[in-house]
Design a protein around this ligand. Sequence first.
Ligand code: AMP
Length: 289
Amino acid sequence: MKVIRAIQEMQNEVKKMKQSPKTIGFVPTMGYLHEGHTTLVDEARKNNDVVIMSIFVNPLQFGPTEDFEKYPRDEERDKQIAEDHGVDYLFLPTVDEMYPEQMGIEVSVTDRVDVLCGKSRPGHFSGVVTVLTKLFHITQADHVYFGKKDAQQVAVVDQMIKNLNFPITLHPVSTVRENDGLAKSSRNVYLSKKERDEAVHLYQSLCLAQKKIFDGEKNPAIIVNEVKKYIQSNTSGTIDYVEILAFPTLQPLKVINQPFIIAVAVQFDKARLIDNFIMSADGKIDHIA
Ligand code: AMP
């Protein structure tokens, strides 16, 4: 595995790759790798000649009161994990390398962002698509891999690729969970022991919603209320949102009669956790994007 820190060097390597008909699979991450990330790499490895992973904690996508400085980092461990999973190129730019000067141009997102995390974290998705625009240009990827754990990100990147004509295929990958159901996340390390025990109830609340749908409930408001009550009675966290929306358009739904997402975000003392199920109208976990 080659570790690359300079954009120019990454571009030179990509230019060489493009001289022969090789497909490039790309996995963008912020590091502190876990099985959620490595599952994306495994998918990329199956379907591409070359796999590039980036690790970059992108300041543009963090709000002023968010955890950019404190975001967990462990470069040596990440390098080992990436190598063990068959990454060919690990792109590790510094903030100065990616943003040597004040950006004069940024990409902004105008659709699919007035709900969920886009609503709670203004500017977050513009920061995400701006860095992805740079990374997609640098890596010239043919296929990119994103986790459905960040489902709104999948919906936004789907639209970004289409609206801006990136010649890239998006591959959404199912959420990887701990044995008890908690979605794996780099931020889980911030949880106290008590919060870690409670955090499983985010997953359980989604299972409860799914059961309601299996039982024939079609009214999103009723399900959202039940889920909120469940989270409030079983965790010490503060609910940021519980929403049911059409997927991937993220439009409001009056009746559950099409593929949809139920998504939750809960703020614990030092960690804000998110989770979701994307389902068809009959409550089956959907394998659509
Ligand atoms: P991050 O490093 O948190 O920015 O995540 C990098 C990529 O890994 C994103 O596409 C995430 O959606 C994905 N990812 C993070 N956690 C999981 C998980 N538990 N299961 C599947 N994908 C994940």
